[in-house]
Unconditional design. Structure first.
Length: 368
């Protein structure tokens, strides 16, 4: 039994300006373990419905859906949250991609996190919450104020100028041209292997291959003298600048790889963060050092901070926090080669070793 109310704020909700809770949830027709934080970079509407049998909920839903093209997954996305599985079975709610999705919140975890209901009560307060592109709360609305929510959505959809900057660091001349060419030649001689990405599955961090999400090939550099030389360049050219800009002393480096995004397979890496699994939680900063420039596409984008893209010159680096949502746009001509380490410190190294117990088969354990 769902007891609903359309007025009042008896249950605490995220305040305007605060970071919205992240969650994984069953998004109907899409993914039973949908990772919500990856939708940053656009305005988001969360409509806590409870059940679409409620007359006030149906009226608000009809207003929101009156112009479904508003929700295009570029400027804005809509997520309805229902506790009632019959809403979907009966056709009261219908997924439409792009833009319109519904969460089946059977255990009320998402509704509890956002204050639509309380764990110790059947009381449910349908309401609308609007998030900005950084997944911060921009507005909260009772159902009679749906028009105000729509006005805010349209305003947020216009935010973000092409020249907005993400909090990233651009550092030229980390590698010289000879080093860049040596790394490219090494890749071309050995040939790359399909590169996966990390995901937590049943409590273990495992490597997953999904070409819809990521298409890249890598080689691991085995020459230890060369690795030490590369580490020395990072130490002398990047570490002092990172310490000055971010007040962080990067004493450790993870991964000595050459990565290749190839236009022949539309090489890309969709929006993701680099520290969201137990096996990657120690990562503090990601580094992208481009090795060539004879390609099109293949630029870095940080959707939470606008549409600007970033492309360092050969030998130059872009450095950014591993918690930032970022993507590598598809390469449309040629091959993009890059050196892609992660940086961390001694405290994070202890965390990395402690998390060995959460590594799945094939993910190498770490010893300090």
């Amino acid at each position: 039994m769902i007891q609903s109310a359309t007025r009042g704020d008896a249950i605490p909700k995220p305040i305007v300006g605060s970071a919205a809770p992240w969650f994984k949830a069953n998004v109907l027709d899409i993914n039973p373990q949908y990772t919500f934080h990856t939708v940053a970079g656009r305005a988001i509407v969360l409509f806590f419905m409870g059940t679409a049998t409620d007359e006030a909920v149906r009226a608000a839903h009809a207003k929101l859906m009156a112009d479904p093209d508003r929700f295009d997954d570029v400027r804005c996305s809509f997520f309805g949250v229902t506790l009632d599985v019959a809403d979907h079975r009966s056709g009261r709610i219908t997924t439409r991609i792009p833009g319109i999705r519904y969460i089946l919140d059977s255990d009320r975890a998402v509704s509890n996190a956002y204050g639509a209901c309380a764990a110790d009560s059947d009381h449910y307060e349908p309401y609308i919450i609007v998030l900005d592109r950084q997944l911060r709360v921009a507005g909260r609305y009772h159902l009679p104020d749906t028009d105000k929510a729509l006005a805010l959505i349209d305003h947020l959809a216009q935010e973000g100028k092409p020249d907005d900057w993400a909090p990233v660091l651009s550092v030229p001349r980390v590698f010289d041209r000879a080093t860049c060419q040596r790394l490219i030649d090494l890749y071309d001689t050995e040939g790359g292997q399909d590169s996966g990405f990390m995901r937590d599955v049943d409590g273990k961090t495992v490597s997953v291959i999904d070409h819809a999400h990521k298409r890249r090939s890598d080689i691991t550099i085995k020459d230890q003298d060369f690795c030490r030389a590369l580490s020395a360049r990072v130490h002398h050219c990047l570490r002092p600048v990172i310490k000055r800009a971010f007040n962080f002393n990067a004493t450790r480096m993870e991964r000595y790889i050459v990565a290749c995004y190839d236009a022949s397979v539309a090489g890309h890496f969709r929006a993701h963060r680099d520290n969201t699994t137990m096996g990657t939680a120690h990562r503090r900063f990601a580094v992208t050092i481009n090795l060539n420039d004879d390609f099109d596409g293949g630029e870095l984008r940080f959707p939470e901070f606008g549409a600007r893209t970033y492309r360092p010159a050969p030998g130059g680096a872009i450095v950014f926090g591993c918690g930032l949502l970022h993507e590598a746009t598809p390469v449309t001509r040629g091959r993009r080669y890059a050196f892609l380490p992660f940086l961390y410190d001694d405290e994070a190294a202890a965390q990395r070793e402690a998390n060995n117990q959460y590594l799945g088969e094939g993910v190498g354990a770490y010893r300090q």
